[in-house]
Ligand binder design. Structure first.
Ligand code: ZN
Length: 132
């Protein structure tokens, strides 16, 4: 856990804890999400504008890298070990695949958004040159 001094009167909230629970990264009380993955425009408690939040494909990338691999391994293991009829995959592999892909998306997106706020991640800009 990262502990730092409060900034602007708001306590520093651990981005992992705030993001995984879907809480506002500034106050820790408001909500980030308005739906399953749709973000709110701002925090209903402190008014933090979530326009800075742009995790892009980050959550999907992590899910693809870490959650889909066990699903593919399970599916291949069932197929090669038992050689079952196709419907067995519909009741075993498909629910496992959906669970491992969908369930981590929201906590991952929340963590990435909270981390953007915590570490003040911004779009890169060219620094102005100092004129002599
Ligand atoms: Zn807030």
């Amino acid at each position: 856990m990262i502990e730092q001094e409060p900034i602007g009167g708001w306590p520093r909230i651990d981005p992992l804890r705030a993001g995984v629970t879907g809480r506002c990264p500034r106050c820790g009380k408001g909500h980030i999400f308005a739906g399953f993955l749709r973000m709110r425009d701002s925090c209903e408690v402190c008014g933090l504008d979530y326009a800075f939040a742009d995790p892009a494909d980050g959550p999907a990338f992590f899910v693809l890298c870490f959650a889909c691999v066990p699903s593919v391994i399970l599916t291949l293991w069932i197929e090669l070990h038992f050689n079952p009829p196709f419907w067995v995959h519909l009741v075993t592999s498909l629910p496992f695949l959906l669970a491992t892909c969908l369930l981590p998306l929201r906590p991952l997106k929340g963590w990435l958004v909270a981390s953007q706020y915590y570490f003040k991640a911004r779009q890169g800009q060219l620094a102005p040159r100092d004129e002599p």
